[in-house]
Design a protein around this ligand. Structure first.
Ligand code: HEM
Length: 236
């Protein structure tokens, strides 16, 4: 057990500072929702504070990867990316738990009232949540050592699919909830992540004339974004 948290214990000062930052970020989100956006609606303020904090942190984790590619000297701060990802997942766990308990009275089956993600965007949320869970569980120093760098990298490419599912979840489920400062911040981060990833995809895969397996998977992902953007925004 001690080995599992070896990295965090070595770097306890950073972990503590990051924890304080995360709690303050969440509190600001909650206060903003509860007092400004939807005054007095405790359950929804809680659900959305967790949702916006989690989705923004996960977006920032991905944005840091884009940034490290532009400025490799900063890649030594990769532990910031991991902390953003793990804290993001904890927030999303709070988000889904509060949805199930406060909206559905503890009845998980209501999350699956339809398995069609266009009709029920919670399905996208569940997929995103499960992917991020796998990524977090395989991100401890101990797990990374056991899995090995090559396999770890392959598993962690799943993040692109998890993020795709998360993005369509929050774009489709309740668009009016996005029309405030918390939503604009999330949309700005999301835009930067997708633009940055596209830039590096073209630059890196283009060097090999898009002939690698990674390039084919990249094209599949772009196609998925386009098809689901059409289905969510134009075909409804
Ligand atoms: C088990 C998984 C999940 C369930 C059941 C779920 C459920 C919900 C529900 C019911 C809402 C609407 C709440 C409202 O109208 O205020 C919502 C909103 C939201 N969810 Fe999730 N969610 C899940 C996973 C995720 C994940 C993985 C993310 C992102 C990483 C996410 C981000 C958001 C955001 C940002 C909103 C607010 C914006 C909006 O309503 O469009 N959720 N979610």
């Amino acid at each position: 057990m001690a080995r599992l948290f070896e990295g965090a214990m070595k770097n306890w000062k950073f972990v503590l500072e990051f924890l304080v930052f995360s709690v303050v970020f969440w509190l600001l989100q909650f206060v903003y929702q509860f007092y400004v956006v939807i005054p007095g609606q405790f359950s929804f303020a809680l659900i959305r504070a967790f949702a916006f904090s989690g989705a923004t942190f996960i977006g920032l984790a991905l944005l840091s990867s884009v940034f490290f590619k532009f400025r490799p000297v900063y890649a030594k701060y990769w532990h910031v990316r991991r902390s953003l990802g793990v804290a993001g997942l904890v927030f999303i766990a709070g988000h889904s738990l509060s949805v199930v308990n406060l909206l559905f009275g503890g009845d998980v089956s209501q999350v699956f009232f339809s398995l069609n993600p266009i009709e029920n965007p919670m399905i996208f949320g569940v997929v995103g949540y499960l992917v991020f869970l796998v990524l977090a569980l395989t991100s401890t120093d101990w797990a990374m050592e056991k899995i090995g760098p090559a396999r770890w990298k392959t598993i962690h490419r799943l993040v692109y699919f998890g993020y795709f599912a998360a993005v369509f979840h929050f774009l489709a489920i309740n668009q009016s909830a996005l029309l405030n400062l918390a939503g604009y911040l999330l949309l700005a981060v999301t835009f930067l992540v997708l633009a940055g990833e596209l830039y590096w995809f073209v630059k890196i895969a283009g060097k090999n004339k898009f002939s690698t397996l990674g390039a084919k998977i990249g094209f599949l992902l772009i196609l998925l974004y386009l098809v689901f953007a059409y289905l969510v925004f134009f075909a409804k």
